[in-house]
Design a protein around this ligand. Sequence first.
Ligand SMILES: Cc1cc2nc3c(=O)[nH]c(=O)nc-3n(C[C@H](O)[C@H](O)[C@H](O)COP(=O)(O)OP(=O)(O)OC[C@H]3O[C@@H](n4cnc5c(N)ncnc54)[C@H](O)[C@@H]3O)c2cc1C
Length: 447
Amino acid sequence: MEQSVVPRQLGRRAVVIGGSVAGMLAARVLSETFGEVIVLEADQRPEGKLPRKRVPQGHHSHLLLMSGQQVLDRLFPGFTGELVADGSVETDFTEDMEWFHFGEWKRRFRGGLKNLQQTRPFLEWHLRRRLGEYGNVAVRYGTIVEGLVLSPGGHHVSAVKLRESRGGTEELSADFFVDAGGAGSQTLQWLTGREPAPHTTESVRIGLSYATRYYEGRPEDKGRSWKNLLVSAQLPELPSFGAILSFEGGKVGVTLGTYLGEPAATEEAFLKLAQSLPQPHIYDYIREAEPLGEIRTYRFPAQQRRRPDRIAGLPGRLVMLGDAYCRFDPIYGQGMSVAAMEAELLQRELAALANGSGLDTLHRIYYRGLVKLTDYPWEAALTEAFRHPAIPGDRPPGLRLKQWLTTRIYRTSARDELVYTRLVQAMNLTHAQSVFFHPSVLLRLLR
Ligand SMILES: Cc1cc2nc3c(=O)[nH]c(=O)nc-3n(C[C@H](O)[C@H](O)[C@H](O)COP(=O)(O)OP(=O)(O)OC[C@H]3O[C@@H](n4cnc5c(N)ncnc54)[C@H](O)[C@@H]3O)c2cc1C
């Protein structure tokens, strides 16, 4: 079987650890420059559009930002059209979202920024289907990577050690590796042979708790003027938030959460948390609506970014992508879209290599790009989190000024269409934060 693989530009085989969103996107990108791509996924082959055991966050409402949609359409042409055809809910962000934020309801208008809403398992199912069209990509389910093998001299990774759920073990060699194994990744330990030094992981404990329940859409929902409703947290005074979001098949997801709090795991706690929000809409909604299942909870202890770029002499031919590299405060809905942007960064760096020898040092260039790519979503989330004095962490210089500016942006956007549009573009990661520094926007903020 090994002989039948046709060598391509950069190498015979690439291996991806983890077959979730980041792993599938990495595999798609690697399929262009490697003879074969093998994705190793610890979970069993998923059945239909259902949450998976090892992706417990899949039970919770997931938003796909515009930036993520754009990348998915570039990697899998026509992808978002397929989502819509299968029932994803199309929304106009500023028109279809009733949003209570920093003490005000935002004025709604048709702004043109379209979002597609679908549950996480639905999105994964479509990704799996499209990835299945690539003949040189294979997914081995029920396969757990337990370690790495380094080349003699330790310059690069040469194989992964894997164990199958049926019991077999194996060392699988390849020319290049991507760790897309999610937040629990142990790659830095495996690469260095020790616990990573503190400066190689940035971590801010936000103690976020999540609880989500799905409800059956009601006939009266159709007559409503909004499809989504969001009551945001405002730290430190209002540490809780809630959202009602529309998904495929008429499903409605209600998510409630709190910083530095306990998840609302029981019916009573769920109702109580909804009632504690500064607006009654979510409480009123869940009292009337018909639940489709149980309340699912999730604890999200810390926003975390690994910094392999700070490790001298790191072995090459392996890069991290997705939550394995960085996980963001989930309320901003950035994780999957940033993973998609990271996959495109990898695609660009691979395309720039003249031959396979460049794989030895690719990680250095890639990690430099990754720090830049993730700086904005990382800082944007922390600017808000650091408003809470009990959230620990070194406050960066200029934080107070940034917080003052974002408060101005939030308040002004409630009434000003241009500022709201810029806010939504920055949140969707389609525009850089510099959009706020255009004179036309600054003038409105400083009025
Ligand atoms: C409560 C919550 C809500 C969120 N909401 C949003 C949202 O609205 N929008 C958004 O974009 N993002 C959201 N996120 C973030 C999003 O879930 C992640 O960013 C996204 O799942 C990243 O995907 P990933 O592929 O890197 O990791 P994961 O989806 O966590 O997948 C990791 C995969 O690797 C496999 N794996 C792990 N270790 C091994 C191993 N050793 N060997 C083989 N396989 C392995 C696992 O089985 C799993 O399939 C949310 C996160 C949470 C916690």
